[in-house]
Each structure stands twice: as C-alpha cells, then as structure tokens.
Design a protein around this ligand. Structure first.
Ligand SMILES: [Zn+2]
Length: 425
C-alpha cells in the first residue's frame, strides 16, 4: 500500500515538474565511457564503416547498452550498393595497350579472346553470330549500358568493351552491382581488333546494414521526439569524434531517460551508412507512412559534438530546437553560433519530409577563424577537427570539455521538447 502511494507521488511530481533533471542526470564520465568503448571497437577493427565487422560490433554494442537499460531494441536492415575501383582497367590488343576506363559496378575479372563486334549490342540480332568466350565490342547508344552487359553475359562474352560515340574515353555506370563480366569504356578512335585482354580490379557488391532504434516506454507514442546520431565511420579511420561522440551522448540520454516520464515519447536512432550518403536515415524516413510521419514532433541530430578545436554550433533551423539550444548556451554563459542547416547530415531527410529538425555541431574540417579562437579558445586559422575522416580520429581526438557541454546541451533540448507538448516548429 505504502509502495503504491509513493509510486503515485513520484509520478505526480515528475509529471508536473518543469525541470525533470535530465541535465543533472547526464554525466560526462558516462558519455566518455561509451566513447571509449566505441574507440576500442575502432582500434580492434581499424574502422567502423558500413558493411564491416567494426560497424556490426558498434551496432551490437549500442543494442547491448540499450537492452541493459530496459529498452526493446529494433533493427531496420537495408541494402546499399558498394563499388570501388582498386586499380585502373588494363586493355591490351594485338597492336598494343589501349586506354580504357572501368565502368562503375563492373565486377573484377580478366578475360582474353578474339574481339567481336556486336553493333550496339541492344538487340537479339546483334548477338546472333556471337562466339562464346569472345570479347564483345559494342557501340554506345540505343539502350542502357546495363542492357548491353546483360546481353553480353547471356551470350557468354568474356568481357564487354563499349566504344564512345562522342570524343573522349567513355565513362559509364551499370547502375548497380551484379554484372557478370568486366565492362570497360574506350574512346571512339580505339582500335579493338584481334586477340584482346580486358582486366578490371574492383570491389562491387551489395552491402546489408542496419539502423538501430529504441523508444521510451513512457511518453505519448503518437507525439515523438527523435534523437539520432550516425553510427558508422568512414573507411579511413575509426570515427570517434565523427561520430562516436554523438552516439555516446544519445546512449547516455537513453540510459538516463529509461527511468523518466517524458510527455512525448523519445525515439533513439543510430543510423547506418551516413558516411556514404545519408543512406540509413533516408531509408528510415522513406519507410514512414504519412501517419508515422505525423507522429514525429521533431528530430534532433548529433554529428560531431566533441571537436578538439571546437565552436558551439547550433543548426540554423529556426524552430524550437534552435531556441532551446540557444537558451542552454546563454544560461551557461557560453558563446555559440548558428551553423548552416544545409542537409549535410542525417537531419537532411527529416527536413525534406517537413519534420522540424535541428541539433548541435562542434565543427568538422572547416577552418576556425581568429575571431572564433578569441571566442572559444583553441587555434585560429586551423581546422576545427584536423583528424576529420582520417585515421587519427581516435580517442585522442575527443575534447572532453566539449563533450561534457554538448551532453548537457542535448539534455536541455530534450528536456525542453520531450517534457512538454509545445510544438517544435
Ligand atoms: Zn559525421
């Protein structure tokens, strides 16, 4: 009986409180501990890029932290094409080497055989007399490069060479991974005769990756604040300021909020494949029904929030997210400034879908001005983050003071927006 009374009392006070204490609850050592764990994963795997073991380890880490805090965690898997040319194409003919360009999404391979002309290679009749194992030589035009490649594959060609109809080497794309044979482009004057050898060296595949998502059990599920950070790094390095820092802040907020009673439900999102074109967040937003979309009051994005040579950037989003961020820095007596709200991170798809978005950002590869150095300290005429997208974006690249302030700033924004039902617009 007594327990019931206390529970009811707690519910009432927190429900009515203007200050639920999220800023007080969020602690830098907790946030930093997550950054360290992600840095260990980065060290072990070299990077945490989409489609790698380092990304999967990061996703499993986030899941385990959320589950331990009592959340039901969901994964949203999606696929994306991946292509990279490892070394340039090599094309040799009886009369010597010919300059050729690998088509995007051409597989790796090496094939030798007699060159055989197939016209444009778009029609069955073009391939009527084709001898299997020959190297098909097709003119540009009449159908897509993919259609030509499909015909060549069915006809048993060892490789396909597409000849440009305009001046210059032909650069083309097959649109997606999955072609069966090497495909290269050449200039119109290229002489492809006799015995030829085509060699391509690429990685072309379809990657499967995922977003990781959890939501507070408390708060109105029809009126949700989404808090998100991209979980993947670039291939060049472990991505600890970009974006282990943002991930760590979201995790700490989620852990602290597991015990709180917000008015709005808060959804925590860890996006995959941001670094290759906002793929995870785009996939997520595209998958929302109009009803799902209408239930999202706003989206707060964190992408780099512990920059070494920092500035306190607030996305210039002209809404309640920006207002709450300004309020935080002003109350702390800290300088801050608007930064471009241009869709360069995962808020882009939300913005395009008309969902009020915003967030904070402490600087990437751009140069800090001398004025900013006066304002924030640090070094002017130097990059905010000299390790941006590099191997050195490790635990050493994290500014703990900035991480501390950013964690509090996000907590303040969430307090303002999730513990009241006022519009985010
Ligand atoms: Zn980033």
């Amino acid at each position: 009986m007594r327990i019931v009374v206390i529970a009811a009392l707690v519910l009432t006070t927190t429900g009515m409180s203007a200050d639920p204490g999220l800023v007080e609850a969020v602690s830098e050592p907790n946030v930093f501990a997550h950054v360290q764990d992600l840095a260990e994963i980065g060290k072990l795997h070299g990077n945490r890029a989409v489609g790698t073991a380092g990304y999967e380890a990061s996703a499993q880490y986030v899941e385990s932290v959320l589950r331990a805090a009592g959340y039901q965690v969901t994964s949203q898997t999606f696929t994306l094409p991946h292509y990279r040319e490892v070394t340039p194409a090599v094309l040799t003919t009886a009369s010597g080497p010919v300059s050729a360009v690998t088509f995007v999404y051409s597989p790796s391979g090496r094939a030798s055989g007699p060159a055989q002309d197939v016209g444009t290679g778009c029609r069955l009749s073009d391939w009527a007399g084709f001898r299997r194992g020959s190297i098909a030589v097709a003119g540009r035009g009449e159908c897509s490069f993919k259609v030509k490649a499909d015909w060549a594959g069915r006809a048993g060609a060892g490789a396909l060479i597409v000849v440009n109809s305009k001046p210059g080497e032909l650069r083309g794309s097959l649109g997606a991974p999955g072609a069966k044979l090497p495909v290269v482009g050449v200039a119109p004057e290229a002489e492809i005769e006799g015995q030829v050898t085509v060699e391509t060296n690429t990685t072309s595949s379809t990657k499967v990756t995922r977003n990781v998502i959890a939501q507070t059990a408390q708060g109105d599920p029809d009126d949700v604040l989404v808090l998100g950070a991209h979980l993947d790094s670039v291939e060049a390095g472990p991505g600890i300021n970009d974006n282990g820092s943002g991930v760590a802040v979201v995790l700490e907020i989620a852990e602290q909020m597991a015990r709180m009673r917000p008015q709005r439900a808060v959804r925590f999102a860890f996006w995959g494949a941001e670094e290759v074109g906002l793929v995870g967040s785009t996939h997520y937003v595209k998958g929302l029904s109009p009803q799902d979309k209408a239930k999202i009051a706003g989206y707060v994005n964190l992408d780099m929030v512990a920059t070494k040579n920092h500035a306190n950037g607030i996305y210039d989003s002209d809404n309640a997210i920006e207002t709450a961020a300004w309020e935080f820095y002003q109350r702390r007596g800290l300088p801050a400034e608007e930064v471009a709200f241009d869709g360069r991170s995962d808020y882009g798809p939300f913005m395009k879908a008309g969902i009020p978005s915003g967030g904070i950002f402490t600087g990437a590869e751009d140069i800090k001005t001398l004025d900013q150095a006066q304002k924030y300290g640090g070094v002017g005429n130097q990059s905010y983050d000299p390790c941006y997208h590099k191997l050195c974006d490790t635990i050493e690249n994290v500014n703990r003071q900035v991480l501390d302030v950013s964690g509090d700033a996000v907590a303040h924004i969430v307090e303002r927006l999730a513990f009241s039902g006022s519009p985010v617009r």
